[in-house]
Design a protein around this ligand. Structure first.
Ligand SMILES: C[C@@](CO)(OP(=O)(O)O)[C@H](O)COP(=O)(O)OP(=O)(O)OC[C@H]1O[C@@H](n2ccc(N)nc2=O)[C@H](O)[C@@H]1O
Ligand SMILES: Nc1ncnc2c1ncn2[C@@H]1O[C@H](COP(=O)(O)OP(=O)(O)O)[C@@H](O)[C@H]1O
Length: 305
């Protein structure tokens, strides 16, 4: 096998709490992360000439060692003692610098892809360790699903898959740097924390009402102060019938959980046509259990035939 094509899916944060700050500037978190079905397509190829070459469909996104996938490939090849070259093509759909972990997911896909391509047989745990050196969200992007993330985002407890839910993503026409949001956050001044433990129980009980009513993100106030239109987008989503609406991660993307794809699509038209938002997507939550069930069926079918 010389080429592999992968889906690098984005994420939303259903809850995000900051519980401390480390001496190195990183923050201790407790957050519930959910993979979504909006994805970048990553093609990884072995090349005869050594080195890492990158291409992507956005003119302004770096194609050199500033692309996060370069770091992923460089670390993997070094760790696996591989000297041959690789070519990475990225077709981006996930908005960039948006709170959706698009870059982290691309890096995760490259690690998983190279492991398969070169038949290196690194464990998932090992890939996640390499991923953590690239970014705090990368280990989650390797694991995927519905997950409680602690530590700086790398201590991961898988939770039962949520039933598939309709998600609308609306990104204001601005980009937000994660570092600037964490820098502006005053951890001692956080007065209201998300109900993380109750939320975990609600996921286990598939209590959708609790899940949609109790989404909470302590970074929201920080980013909204910088970009007040985020609050307006949240309110508009609720008016258009969202069961719940919140900013994802450090923002600025706002997501809404909708009772039907139709309602999400009507709201999407409003954000695109009336508000002039350029990056609006209707998608759904990624159901890992369903996916693994399908895989098992495929394996069984192959075996029987
Ligand atoms: C806020 C979150 C929530 O899921 O997501 P995004 O908004 O980026 O999607 C994450 O914590 C973002 O993780 P990620 O974007 O991978 O972080 P990194 O690349 O490692 O770090 C980017 C910047 O965020 C800060 N950072 C990151 C993670 C963390 N636990 N504490 C931090 O203070 C770091 O100081 C760094 O300057
Ligand atoms: N493959 C990539 N996809 C997205 N962003 C990338 C990539 N490589 C490097 N970057 C840089 O990383 C930064 C944030 O990336 P991204 O993961 O999209 O943010 P977030 O985690 O907030 O959604 C951007 O400034 C972008 O220029």
């Amino acid at each position: 096998m010389d080429t592999i094509v992968l889906k690098a899916r984005g994420k939303i944060n259903l809850t995000l709490d900051v519980v401390g700050k480390r001496d190195n500037g990183y923050h201790d978190l407790r957050m519930i992360m959910q993979t979504i079905n909006l994805y970048d397509t990553i093609t990884v190829k072995k090349t005869k000439t050594p080195g890492i070459r990158i291409n992507n469909n956005l003119a302004w996104l770096p194609k050199d060692d500033r692309n996060i996938t370069y770091k992923a490939a460089e670390k993997f090849l070094k760790e696996a003692n591989i000297t041959s070259g690789v070519y990475i093509d990225i077709f981006k759909r996930i908005p960039v610098a948006a709170g959706l972990a698009g870059g982290s997911s691309d890096a995760a896909a490259v690690l998983v892809g190279l492991n398969k391509l070169f038949e290196t047989h690194f464990s998932k745990k090992k890939l996640m360790e390499i991923g953590l050196e690239i970014g705090a969200d990368v280990p989650f992007c390797i694991l995927r699903g519905t997950v409680l993330a602690e530590g700086i985002g790398e201590v991961l407890t898988p939770l039962p898959s949520l039933p598939s839910m309709h998600i609308l993503l609306a990104k204001p026409n601005i980009s937000v740097s994660t570092a600037s949001v964490y820098k502006a956050l005053k951890v001692d001044e956080i007065t209201k924390h998300p109900k993380t433990d109750e939320y975990v129980e609600a996921i286990k009980a598939r209590n959708i009402q609790f899940i949609t009513n109790n989404m909470d993100n302590v970074l929201e106030d920080v980013t909204i102060k910088m970009h007040p239109q985020i609050e307006q987008i949240k309110q508009d989503m609720l008016e258009y019938g969202a069961l719940g609406s919140m900013m994802s991660g450090s923002g600025p993307t706002v997501f809404g959980i909708f009772p039907s794809r139709y309602k999400a699509a009507v709201a999407a038209e409003y954000f695109k046509n009336q508000c002039g938002l350029r990056e609006v997507h209707v998608t759904s939550t990624f159901c890992k259990a369903k996916r693994e069930g399908k895989r098992r069926e495929r394996r069984k079918f192959k075996h029987e035939n």
